[in-house]
Design a protein around this ligand. Structure first.
Ligand SMILES: Cc1cc2nc3c(=O)[nH]c(=O)nc-3n(C[C@H](O)[C@H](O)[C@H](O)COP(=O)(O)OP(=O)(O)OC[C@H]3O[C@@H](n4cnc5c(N)ncnc54)[C@H](O)[C@@H]3O)c2cc1C
Ligand SMILES: NC(=O)c1ccc[n+]([C@@H]2O[C@H](COP(=O)([O-])OP(=O)(O)OC[C@H]3O[C@@H](n4cnc5c(N)ncnc54)[C@H](O)[C@@H]3O)[C@@H](O)[C@H]2O)c1
Length: 450
């Protein structure tokens, strides 16, 4: 039998790789990760972690504003200091992760990995062999092929801004733009959001997205839909964005038009592995057309959302598949989606649109949670829940508009995945007074009894 340098080699060190690498190492396998940039990938260094750190004081500011009519002043946010704090804390993550990987006994090979055959990866001229290879090279922000594209910035740049510009224009009203626009707006900046689609946040329920857009407009934002960006020009007055029939001007342009998979310069073509901008094609075991080469995370061509927890889920699945502990095809549980606007919009399981299109299968219950729970939810009167139940009375989906959505979403996801009944909820004791308790109180009468 041929011997290899490693049992499993990962290309990438983000969530699509490092969880599986740890599981395999714990099971006694010899494992290494190849990484050309910082340890930990996008989420850790340029995405979720940086974003949520910066978002912290905005949540408090937004909550405090609900007490203004009681004579309390909303605190100011010092972006410059906040950014310095972000750079210090998040900047330390990559070296810390390097130490953690070393402690686990997982080698990190620095450089760009390219497959040369089914068992070999070349990193800057040196070959490394493995029985199994996992490609977890992630994705990058898309760049429109238009004149003046170089004047548009991307998520990495925004998350590193020492000074917030006075006016910002976001191209694309997706998750990245809406989260960043919420912060810029709260800092009192002039915000414009344009999109070629007829609405924002296509994957979230339209009623909650409309509430969000209206809220941002009330704070001074301008939204313009059905706009196709043609060109960006630099002038002394600012950057001018031309669409088919309008012009917009701003000091800073952020492009948030989606993300494309990192499939280039990987040696995929020579091995006959099918891939496109959407990602690498895999079977139901996350294997590419070359059986011992798997793909995981954002680099996969998939219909499910490209998120950190889905990358982690796939990474673990692949590890257990390689170990022979899970021979079954991958099956995803209900996947929670959350956009960190102010307040948050969340969605899990069957969508509102899908449920309303199939009244013979689903029941949609809308709960004006904020109005009846003002006393326990920090006066957030606009907080709103939609529950989707199947004909048996099991919870199969939910949407939330609330600053507390992050916490409640995971709790609701558990109820969905575990198919809990009213009796299951009644068999547990929940802390009081809390929003979770009030959610249980609202849900119990709707659920299947036992
Ligand atoms: C601004 C922003 C905010 C986000 N916020 C959230 C959020 O709140 N919640 C959420 O769930 N998701 C969020 N995401 C998405 C999340 O970051 C990704 O889904 C997640 O990082 C995917 O992990 P991954 O390991 O597949 O890819 P990545 O994290 O991108 O890791 C891929 C790694 O591979 C390396 N690499 C690529 N090619 C090679 C090569 N040939 N050789 C060696 N190394 C290579 C890269 O340097 C990178 O480190 C956000 C993304 C962005 C951009
Ligand atoms: N909270 C989270 O979970 C979170 C946060 C940030 C990023 N992410 C991940 O990153 C991905 C990418 O985020 P995103 O916001 O870039 O993408 P997105 O898919 O959420 O939104 C892209 C938007 O750009 C618009 N668009 C595309 N081409 C355009 C054009 N030529 N002109 C104008 N508008 C155009 C689309 O209509 C869409 O509304 C997300 O899908 C998700 O996987 C997740």
């Amino acid at each position: 039998m041929r011997s290899y340098d490693y049992d499993v080699l990962f290309i990438g060190s983000g969530h699509a790789c490092n969880h599986g690498a740890i599981a395999l190492k714990m099971a006694g396998k010899k494992v290494a990760m190849i990484e050309e940039d910082k340890n930990g990938g996008t989420c850790t260094n340029y995405g979720c972690d940086a974003k949520i750190l910066l978002d912290g004081p905005f949540v408090y500011q937004e909550g405090f504003a609900r007490y203004n009519d009681l004579g309390m002043q909303t605190p100011d946010i010092n972006w410059k200091n906040l950014m310095a704090y972000k750079k210090k804390l998040i900047g330390a993550f990559s070296p810390l992760l390097g130490q953690a990987f070393e402690k686990y006994g997982i080698e990190v090979i620095k450089g760009h990995g390219t497959l040369t055959d089914a068992h070999t990866v070349n990193v800057d001229g040196k070959n490394y062999t493995a029985e199994y290879i996992v490609i977890g090279t992630g994705a990058r922000d898309s760049s429109l092929p238009i004149e003046g594209a170089k004047y548009m910035h991307h998520s990495k740049d925004f998350l590193d801004l020492d000074e917030m510009p006075e006016s910002l224009l976001f191209v694309g009203a997706g998750v990245i733009s809406m989260e960043f626009a919420s912060m810029a707006l709260a800092l009192g900046k002039k915000v414009t959001v344009i999109d070629f689609a007829p609405r924002a946040l296509a994957q979230y329920p339209s009623d909650y997205v409309n509430m969000m857009v209206k809220k941002m407009e009330d704070l001074g934002a301008t939204f313009s839909f059905n706009q196709s960006v043609q060109k960006v020009e630099k002038t002394d007055a600012g950057y001018i964005v031309y669409t088919q029939d309008q012009t917009f001007i701003a000091d800073y342009i952020v492009e948030g038009t989606g993300r494309v998979a990192n499939v280039e310069n990987l040696g995929l073509e020579a091995l006959g592995i099918e891939a496109s901008r959407r990602g690498i094609v895999v079977n139901e075991y996350m294997q590419t057309s070359v059986e011992n080469i798997y793909a995981s995370g954002d680099v996969v061509d998939k219909r499910i959302p490209k998120l950190t927890p889905t990358a982690e889920f796939e990474s673990n699945y692949i590890a257990y598949h390689i170990l022979g502990m899970n021979p079954n095809p991958i099956t995803y549980p209900a996947i929670p989606n959350l956009v960190f606007t102010l307040p948050r919009i969340a969605q899990v399981g069957v969508t509102v649109d899908e449920a309303e299109a199939h009244p013979e299968l689903y029941r949609v219950e809308r709960i004006p949670f904020g109005v009846s729970n003002e006393w326990v939810n920090n006066r957030e009167k606009e907080a709103h829940y939609t529950f989707i139940l199947d004909k048996e009375g099991y919870l199969v989906g939910a949407a939330i508009y609330s600053s507390e959505a992050a916490t409640i979403l995971d709790f609701i996801t558990l109820i969905i995945n575990k198919k809990m009944t009213a009796l299951d909820l009644a068999s547990m004791i929940f802390a009081f007074p809390t929003q979770t308790y009030q959610v249980v109180f609202a849900l119990k009468p709707l659920l299947k009894k036992a």
